[in-house]
Design a protein around this ligand. Structure first.
Ligand SMILES: Cc1cc2nc3c(=O)[nH]c(=O)nc-3n(C[C@H](O)[C@H](O)[C@H](O)COP(=O)(O)OP(=O)(O)OC[C@H]3O[C@@H](n4cnc5c(N)ncnc54)[C@H](O)[C@@H]3O)c2cc1C
Length: 461
């Protein structure tokens, strides 16, 4: 059995604890179409690259994208069903990661058809991996305060600056780069959005180690790097609108069980990870139990739904009769069900041409709540065993073997990582600000950022 990477373990856990948020019932026709397609197209002897080419070009990698961008125009809740059905069939799922979650929908919305055919095609077929070059040491929640500069040089731009918390930057072929292209206008109006080549001179990616022992994210130093004018998404100085599309997809995707900020499926896309030439059948478990198969990935990945997983853990540990634990398991289940109903409500409203403003923000806040409760409950259920941790991925199997506990280390790792989801994609406080200001119409905090040129705003050193 393959050893899971930290990204996979986290993605499975957070999918497990958030998947119930948008699981829907029905849509039988959609699933029977997918099953029929899988029956004639799934072939374990293909390479990962060949399989993703089939999946992506048939519209099943990113079914929420419009048909002109290699999708099927499906509701997000139905796309979660597609992911689940791919896994249940025993096929390798779509090329997970920030390309699929963020870059593809942004380019589909703001890019030209030429850019869609250049970039989105390579995302849905897993050929290129992406990272998100937004945050900087002085610009996180206040993203529009970013200072990385891009200066025009003929039909190219020269880029200098520093990014930080760049998830998956060490594996990315391309980055969604936000850079300041005009400092003499108010800060939101002088930003451009580029599809930026990460594998060029002038891009120095340095991993940052987290308390889990892994390095999910990086700092990225950019020195005289270059990007073509043709790689501008949405036009010069129009980057803020494109960035907002990326951020809205991040909130909605994370809130609906889209995985963690770096993706982390059973195989990673892109040229750097070297997965594209592997035999796809080697990455999924052999079919069992009447033709249904489970993805490889350990005990956590095998159990669907956060409450279900923790109920199993509570039974294994013999604490499922503890009244406090039972009550919190019921709370967790209730939160997940509320999220699922909200997903269904949004889908129904959208099908009638409407929208529920603020729902992505509510979903992300709800995901934070579920992650925190799962962390606390998991540690209570685990007891002292919750202190056991394998800092290296390869030690995980040894830890499970030594303790005889299939969950050993997993709950601990996720408890250590649980601080991250309420921060990435915009912190809980920022989600509440957005709901207050943009949805409820409450007054914004007074400032003159929207009228004063960026170059005249006070800045930290
Ligand atoms: C695991 C992880 C992965 C990430 N991956 C990426 C990535 O791939 N690419 C990328 O670009 N970024 C990434 N980030 C960065 C993330 O988007 C930022 O950390 C986040 O936006 C917060 O910014 P900051 O860390 O600078 O905190 P700050 O903005 O400095 O905030 C510090 C605190 O102040 C609060 N605060 C700030 N402003 C306000 C306000 N106006 N009102 C109320 N409270 C406020 C915040 O809520 C927070 O509690 C990642 C972060 C994490 C944790």
């Amino acid at each position: 059995m393959a050893t899971e990477s930290p990204g996979q373990a986290r993605a499975q856990y957070f999918r497990a604890v958030t998947d119930t948020v948008t699981e829907t019932t029905g849509t039988g026709e959609l699933l029977s179409d997918l099953r029929a397609w899988l029956s004639s197209n799934w072939d374990p002897d293909l390479t990962v690259g060949q399989w993703w080419e089939r999946l992506g070009l048939a519209g099943w990698s990113a079914p929420t994208l419009p048909p002109n961008a290699y999708g099927k125009g499906m509701a997000r809740a139905d796309a979660v069903l597609v992911q689940q059905e791919l896994s249940a069939f025993g096929a390798l799922g779509a090329p997970a990661g920030l390309g699929l979650l963020l870059a593809a929908p942004t380019i589909a919305t703001h890019g030209t058809q030429e850019q869609i055919d250049l970039y989105v095609r390579d995302i849905v077929t897993g050929r290129k991996a992406w990272c998100q070059l937004f945050s900087e040491p002085q610009a996180g929640s206040d993203l529009a305060g970013l200072q990385t500069r891009a200066v025009r040089d003929g039909d190219e731009w020269v880029v200098n600056g520093q990014k930080v918390w760049t998830s998956g930057g060490q594996y990315a072929d391309l980055g969604m780069l936000l850079a300041r292209t005009n400092p003499d206008v108010p800060k939101h109006q002088g930003i451009s959005y580029f599809a930026f080549d990460m594998l060029q001179d002038g891009v120095d990616v340095r991993p940052l180690k987290e308390m889990t022992g892994h390095a999910l994210f990086n700092e990225v130093f950019i020195t005289d790097a270059r990007v073509a004018d043709a790689a501008l998404i949405g036009g010069v100085n129009k980057g803020w609108a494109a960035a907002n599309t990326t951020l809205a997809n991040e909130r909605a995707g994370l809130g609906s069980g889209g995985g963690n900020a770096a993706g982390g499926g059973l195989a990673q896309p892109g040229t750097v990870m070297g997965m594209l030439e592997k035999r796809v059948g080697d990455l999924v478990a052999p079919k069992a139990n009447g033709g249904r198969a489970r993805p490889v990935g350990g005990a956590l990945g095998a159990v669907r739904g956060g409450a279900t997983m923790l109920i199993t853990l509570a039974k294994t540990r013999g604490v499922n009769t503890d009244a406090g634990i039972r009550q919190d398991l019921a709370r967790l289940y209730t939160l997940s069900e509320l999220g699922r109903f909200n997903g269904l409500r949004l889908k129904a409203v959208k099908e009638q041409g409407g929208d529920i403003p603020g729902m992505p923000n509510v979903s992300k806040l709800s995901m934070s709540q579920i992650v925190r409760l799962s962390r606390d409950l998991g540690l209570r259920i685990s007891g002292p065993a919750g202190m056991l941790h394998a800092y290296e991925a390869e030690d995980k199997d040894a830890l499970r073997h030594a303790t005889g506990d299939p969950f050993a280390g997993s709950v601990t790792e996720m408890a250590l990582f649980a601080q991250a989801p309420p921060i990435y994609g915009g912190t809980d406080q920022i989600q509440r600000n957005i709901i207050g200001e943009r949805v409820l119409g409450l007054p914004k905090e007074p400032n003159n950022d929207r009228v004063t040129p960026f170059s005249e705003l006070p800045k930290n050193a």
